[in-house]
Design a protein around this ligand. Structure first.
Ligand code: 13P
Ligand code: SF4
Length: 326
């Protein structure tokens, strides 16, 4: 048998030793059973992580599934704010995150103290926050939304109210256009979606004139202007399956292609190019997770997400409002 070696596992306190002969998929399945655990994964996870998940979805579906689950342990293969949402909805359950340092540029770019100061400048305004924010920001918000329900929820806010929308300016601008109403926008953006290049997308469209362009609303305006469909990750997936078209340019994080190819194996999916010659269409935060880290999280029940009961209670209200209105 080969000697165990130490994997350079970024983001955990200590590198952990793993036996390379271990069948990780089998071990994960055994641990899930032994711990009565579920693995929830976002579409942006690596395909091997998606393949061991019990449920794969967009942010809204993952929150709904976290609310529904009866498992004792939730292993959240996504980013920190998503796992926090699962913990807020399930304070009594153990929530483990394969890599606790899997953040999000939107959440990181909206610190709660600055957000509170911004909010204080608009007394009486309704505060709508995209789910991609910290629990502290959620606690200061009236409604949480995701890209799949933002329009529906914003439409229900009385017309005489000023709306503050944070932290994604691109999603905010898109929703404001859809509902025909101005909103005050926090100036945050996603490091992945803002790198898609309208210029390169145009070139790709010219080479694939029959392809449908499917984009996430976190993209910039000039990119969204070229899209045939704009929606959440699940929206994009469903649209591609239902569409009579056979070829699509996909303008979101490239991890989604795994489920698109599985759901529609005869169709062609082309990842949209970022401006630079880089792998910037991969979310570096989502990609911190790996099969090895999922295994360790289930084996050791850590890194474990802990939050104060007070923060959970405050952050839960706008999330529950969202779930009730979705
Ligand atoms: P979805 O809600 O569409 O899954 O989006 C999550 C996300 O982080 C997009 O970058
Ligand atoms: Fe955050 Fe963007 Fe990564 Fe989504 S893709 S988790 S918005 S950094």
């Amino acid at each position: 048998m080969n000697a165990p070696f130490s994997l350079p596992i970024v983001g955990t306190t200590q590198p952990k030793i793993i036996d390379p002969a271990l069948d990780l998929v089998e071990e994960i399945q055994k641990l899930k059973k032994a711990r009565n655990a579920v693995v929830l994964a976002h579409y942006y996870q690596d395909s091997d992580v998606q393949d061991v998940a019990d449920f794969i979805g967009d942010s809204l579906q993952l929150s709904q599934e976290a609310q529904r689950t009866t498992a004792d342990v939730i292993c959240f293969a996504g980013v920190h704010f998503m796992a926090e949402t699962a913990k807020i909805l399930n304070p009594e359950r153990i929530v483990v995150v394969p890599d606790m340092e899997a953040g999000c540029s939107l959440a990181d770019g909206c610190p709660a103290d600055k957000f509170a100061a911004w909010k204080a400048r608009y007394p009486g305004a309704v505060v709508v926050s995209y789910i991609n924010c910290s629990a502290d920001v959620k606690a200061l918000s009236d409604y949480i939304v995701t890209s799949s329900n933002a329009e529906k929820i914003v439409r229900q806010i009385p017309a005489d109210k000023t709306i503050l929308f944070a932290p994604d300016k691109n999603l905010g601008r898109f929703i404001a256009k859809q509902v025909g109403r101005e909103m005050v926008l926090w100036q945050g953006s996603c490091i992945v979606h803002e790198t898609f290049s309208a210029r390169k997308l145009m070139g790709l469209k010219l080479r694939h004139p029959d392809a449908g362009v499917l984009a996430h609303p976190e993209c910039e305006d000039n990119v969204l202007a070229m899209a045939d469909y704009i929606g959440s990750t699940t929206g994009i997936l469903k649209h591609a399956v239902a569409s009579p078209k056979n070829e699509f340019i996909v303008v979101t994080e490239v991890g989604i292609l795994h489920q698109m190819q599985k759901a529609a194996p005869t169709k062609t999916f082309i990842p949209a190019p970022p401006e630079a010659s880089c792998a910037c269409n991969e979310c570096p935060h989502m990609k911190r997770n790996s099969l090895e880290k999922v295994y360790f999280a289930l084996r050791d029940l850590e890194p474990r997400l802990e939050m104060s009961a007070e923060l959970i209670a405050l952050a839960k209200r706008p999330i529950e409002r969202m779930l009730a209105l979705s």
